[in-house]
Design a protein around this ligand. Structure first.
Ligand SMILES: Nc1ncnc2c1ncn2[C@@H]1O[C@H](COP(=O)(O)OP(=O)(O)OP(=O)(O)O)[C@@H](O)[C@H]1O
Ligand SMILES: [Mg+2]
Length: 260
């Protein structure tokens, strides 16, 4: 498999304070990498760095993030903005809250797509319906004509994933896309992301609190503790035989929750 994204000895700081330390990994085409760690361990920071979304106080202070021969932290904002969407897609925890409440889903998706590509409303609608069909939505027309508040939270999240796929990015960066959802809806979102990978060959970095979600989806896992990578490897291996005490702690926390 060809590599699509590579972090090499990446340090990230906010206001000079080192938050992510010496992280290296490779994401291959069509691969799903799960990132886990306690709250504040730097998971969101890690993926925001690729998209230049660290904000004014954040900076990659060492190392490289290679994407198709370009070192992303070296690119001017203008260049990065061109990549965000068509090359690197992002899904947030509450996709619903990124929709505007007073305009239809279809109108908002059209606006997002036409920022990157000139296409008529009619052509867009055709493409969007085709995509929603491929991703298993039975009533794409109704979804495009709905206002966000007419969709359930889980449906909004699934539509958020479809929205990111309209521009057909090579890499999808998903920041806790399932954390706010109940278990049955989490399952639907996981299935949709797996379908995205299967249908489009998209590589995915999935940040998740739930080891269960990671176990169900990810080919590889990266465990972050206080900004440091304490474990990285094939999912089954890491989950069946975690080498690090912190990984074992994360896993036992899940087991305890299940038992209670
Ligand atoms: N814009 C910012 N400015 C300053 N510090 C920040 C900023 N964003 C994050 N941090 C700090 O960086 C650290 C890592 O934050 P980050 O959001 O990456 O953690 P996380 O692992 O995603 O946590 P969670 O699971 O709660 O989402 C935290 O200590 C956080 O307070
Ligand atoms: Mg986070």
């Amino acid at each position: 498999m060809a590599e699509i994204l590579r972090y090499e000895h990446v340090d990230i700081s906010y206001n000079g304070s080192l938050t992510v330390k010496d992280v290296s990994f490779t994401l291959e085409e069509g691969e799903i990498l799960g990132v886990v760690g306690e709250s504040g361990s730097g998971k969101s920071t890690l993926i925001k760095a690729a998209m230049g979304l660290l904000g004014p106080s954040g900076m990659v202070t060492r190392g490289d993030i290679w994407y198709k021969g370009k070192n992303l932290p070296d690119l001017p904002d203008r260049e990065l903005r061109k990549l965000n969407g068509p090359e690197l897609g992002m899904i947030f925890q509450h996709a619903g809250s990124s929709f505007c409440p007073i305009r239809t889903v279809g109108a908002q998706l059209y606006e997002a797509a036409s920022e990157h590509e000139r296409l008529s409303q009619k052509k867009f609608r055709q493409q969007a319906l085709e995509l929603l069909g491929k991703l298993g939505f039975e009533n794409g027309k109704r979804i495009l004509d709905s206002y966000p508040f007419e969709l359930s939270g889980g449906m909004q999240q699934r539509v958020g994933i479809a929205a990111a796929m309209i521009l057909n990015p090579s890499v999808l960066l998903a920041d806790e896309p399932t954390s706010a959802l109940d278990v049955s809806v989490q399952k639907q979102v996981v299935e949709e992301m797996l379908l995205v990978r299967k249908t489009f060959g998209t590589s995915i970095i999935l940040v998740a609190h739930s080891i269960g979600v990671i176990g169900a989806m990810a080919d590889k896992v990266l465990v972050l503790k206080d900004g440091e990578m304490v474990e990285y490897g094939e999912t089954q291996q890491v989950l069946n035989a975690p080498e690090n005490a912190y990984t074992r702690k994360l896993m036992s926390a899940v087991l305890r929750l299940r038992r209670s």
